[in-house]
Design a binder for this molecule. Structure first.
Ligand SMILES: NC(=O)c1ccc[n+]([C@@H]2O[C@H](COP(=O)([O-])OP(=O)(O)OC[C@H]3O[C@@H](n4cnc5c(N)ncnc54)[C@H](OP(=O)(O)O)[C@@H]3O)[C@@H](O)[C@H]2O)c1
Length: 248
């Protein structure tokens, strides 16, 4: 199946990590659909991607953070996709969450804050997966890819504890999905990025460009050479390997 026949839904595609993935997928000829709660972010994304590829980018305002919201978003996407002939969804990349959280040590935090972190990193990953996975799971040429971070495995620095709790939940959820569905025909993978990710103008030590991450994830989706794998990217060299080989 050629890239132009594939439709990739990028959940969180207007975000830092997601926008790099969207750009690279479009450059490879895929059709891409992006959901965001914020229309202004979608407009920014549209101006960020190469002009000739814009007619292959489909954007939709929606909130996938509840079961109802995710189902409604899916319904609206499929309906509008039909109207604009985007076609059948073949692949999903889930890059939901936030870039950074450093609210302080746990004794200074509220339960409300913890709810928000879990909702954004874990619960939306679950509710959107529940709605979108059925679209691709029986397709041997299709894929579902989760983006996660190394923050789930350790405290990155003082005050980032709730980030660790939310990110750890997402890591565990990906494990559960891999182990509960060992035989699904679609490619089911997790790309765990153990580095900071930023746009080129915001790069600093320990960070990689979202464009490098985008190339690596787009290559994984395009090549489809592994499934039920955790692809751990801990250095720019890992991202290069993933870009060249579609696996690490
Ligand atoms: N940035 C890093 O340094 C880094 C490093 C390693 C791993 N990661 C992982 O990469 C993932 C994405 O992070 P990021 O840095 O790209 O964060 P980001 O810039 O805040 O983007 C996250 C995106 O998720 C979307 N989102 C969240 N909840 C949603 C909901 N209920 N419905 C629809 N969209 C929703 C947001 O969309 P809206 O437009 O609606 O707000 C936003 O565009 C996270 O899982 C993070 O752990 C990030």
């Amino acid at each position: 199946m050629s890239a132009s026949d594939r439709v990739v839904v990028v959940l969180g595609g207007a975000g830092t990590v997601g926008s790099g993935i969207v750009k690279s997928l479009l450059e490879r000829g895929f059709r891409v659909a992006v959901v965001s709660r914020d229309g202004a972010r979608l407009e920014k994304l549209r101006s960020f991607v190469p002009a000739p590829a814009r007619d292959r980018l489909h954007t939709l305002v929606g909130d996938v953070g509840s079961e109802e919201g995710a189902e409604a978003t899916k319904g609206a996407l499929l309906k509008s996709a039909g109207k604009k002939s985007v076609g059948k969804v073949t692949d999903v990349v889930s890059s939901l969450g936030f870039s950074w959280w450093q609210g302080g040590p746990p004794h200074t935090q509220t339960l409300q804050e913890l709810h928000w972190v879990l909702e954004t990193l874990l619960l939306s990953t679950f509710t959107s997966w529940k709605a979108f996975f059925p679209l691709v799971k029986e397709n041997p040429s299709g894929s579902y890819t989760f983006i996660t971070g190394g923050a789930g495995e350790r405290l990155l620095m003082p005050g980032t504890g709730f980030l660790t709790l939310g990110a750890a939940g997402a890591l565990a959820f990906c494990r559960v999905v891999r182990e509960e569905y060992p035989d699904v025909p679609c490619k089911l993978n997790e790309v765990k990025i153990d580095m900071g990710v930023a746009t080129p103008e915001r790069l600093r030590p320990g960070y990689v460009s979202h464009l490098e991450v985008g190339e690596a994830v787009a290559s994984l989706v395009e090549k489809g050479s592994v499934s039920h794998a955790v692809l751990c990217a801990s250095s720019p060299a890992d991202l290069k390997t993933l870009t060249l080989e579609g696996k690490i």
